[in-house]
Design a protein around this ligand. Structure first.
Ligand code: FAD
Ligand code: NAD
Length: 367
């Protein structure tokens, strides 16, 4: 009776079922889609409510249930990628038989466009705050044990704070804990923590409040959003990254991802725009990476340099880009990624379009 029966072979609406042993309750979602992965399933369990959001291309299938009985905090998620089956294993607090899984909650069993789903937040604990530059810090947030949330490359989350009685929400792009050319082993932080690189604006609305958070404090973090798809880099040969200021953040996971996973890749070039030399994020790590990995090259462009002769001077321009964005060989498959202040990104896209690059060859990170 828990199953939405699939009567038509063409019906691609997911369905679910559940079963139990003395100690465990297993919820199974049949997504009916191949190529599922761990990033496509977001699980939360708070106050006896289980919420499982399965992202199937542009659609979201939600399971949302007030569980019949209490379960322990640690929840396991298994994904059978090829058959598209998602298994959520819950540990019973009391070893009694359940006659039903629970009561349906809002939007339970709905299958709608992701854009219509709305954001879901969970409280995350601030574990550490470390300086990157004079105004930018790394915030490490720990997800609740009962949350399964992995942010895909190039996607962002929203942080929410109540400021002077008003709910304020701003987007931030998670980064990896470092840039590594030997990025083979997943970090122990993967899947359990989110690392955000955030610039604090003294006159800003949101970031000064964020900076006031103490270690051990909690902050609300949303599901992720974003238009970037890994398929855009799958058979890539040349990758060009144009980043300004904190527009560097989406480039971090992207760099780690392509240098580790894209075997067709020949060159990756980052052009990093900042006001002064003191504003350059992870300069040392970028230079180390360029030394270690011959495919990677970085150039720093300063708009307000303090000293003469420390790198190139200027702002984004057509001549700078035409020199920089050059295919490593004729007809090579390229992608150019742009991220920074809105006018920077808009100008970048315009210059690239004028230089003859197609829409598919240019990706900009925006909310
Ligand atoms: P705001 O109040 O927005 O002010 C920012 C600056 O603008 C301040 O210097 C302020 O004095 C000035 N300002 C405000 N209003 C005006 C005005 N009317 N005229 C002139 N100046 C003004 N940021 C990061 O640090 N890290 C990230 O990973 C990151 N990821 C992002 C991802 C996406 C998709 C997007 C869209 C943005 C991202 N941002 C990121 C930016 C972030 O969302 C915030 O915009 C940023 O933190 C500023 O927030 P704030 O409220 O503190 O500052
Ligand atoms: P910043 O003010 O320190 O400027 C960094 C560089 O950007 C400058 O040196 C200059 O070269 C260039 N720049 C700035 N304003 C420009 C303009 N009007 N025209 C052309 N070039 C310009 O940058 P910041 O304070 O670190 O801001 C970073 C921006 O990136 C923020 O607006 C943030 O919202 C955005 N961001 C977006 C995403 C995303 O995914 N969309 C992610 C992270 C950051």
């Amino acid at each position: 009776k828990n199953k939405v029966l699939d009567t038509s072979s063409k019906d691609l609406t997911p369905s679910y079922d559940w079963f139990q042993t003395d100690h465990l309750v297993t919820v199974v979602i049949y997504t009916k889609q191949k190529g599922m992965n761990s990033e496509m399933v977001i699980v939360d369990h708070q106050d006896g409510r289980l919420r499982v959001d399965s992202i199937l291309r542009d659609y979201s299938y939600l399971l949302h249930i007030e569980l019949s009985y209490a379960v322990q905090e640690d929840i396991t998620v298994h994904i059978a990628e090829k058959v598209g089956k998602v298994e959520i294993v819950l540990k019973k607090k009391d070893n009694i038989p359940w006659s039903k899984l629970g009561q349906p909650l809002e939007s339970h069993s709905s299958f709608i466009k992701c854009t219509d789903r709305g954001l879901c937040y969970r409280r995350c604990k601030l574990i550490s705050k470390t300086e990157v530059t004079h105004d930018t810090k790394l915030f490490c947030l720990m997800l609740p044990q009962s949350t399964h949330l992995q942010v895909p490359v190039g996607h962002h989350v929203y942080l929410k704070q109540i400021i002077a009685g008003t709910e304020i929400v701003k987007p931030y792009t998670p980064v990896s804990c470092s840039l590594k050319s030997d990025f083979k082993e997943p970090s122990h932080y993967d899947g359990t923590h989110l690392i955000l690189m955030i610039k604090i604006y003294p006159n800003g609305l949101f970031t000064p409040e964020l900076d006031h958070l103490q270690i051990g404090d909690y902050i609300s973090v949303s599901n992720s959003e974003g238009s970037f798809k890994k398929s855009q880099v799958q058979t890539l040969e040349d990758l060009f990254l144009l980043a300004a200021g904190t527009g560097f953040t989406p480039m971090v996971k992207l760099l780690n991802y392509v240098l580790t996973n894209v075997c067709s890749l020949r060159t990756v070039k980052l052009m990093f725009f900042n006001k002064t030399e003191d504003d350059i994020l992870w300069r040392n790590q970028l230079e180390q990476l360029a030394l270690k990995d011959k495919r990677f090259e970085v150039q720093f462009i300063l708009s307000e340099p303090k000293k003469e002769g420390t790198g190139k001077q200027g702002k984004i321009s057509s001549s700078l880009l035409s020199e920089f964005v050059k295919r490593s060989k004729k007809d090579s498959k390229i992608l150019i990624c742009v991220c920074g202040p809105a006018p920077f990104t808009e100008q970048g896209i315009q210059f690239l379009q004028n230089l003859g690059y197609s829409k598919e060859e240019v990706h900009s990170f925006t909310a």
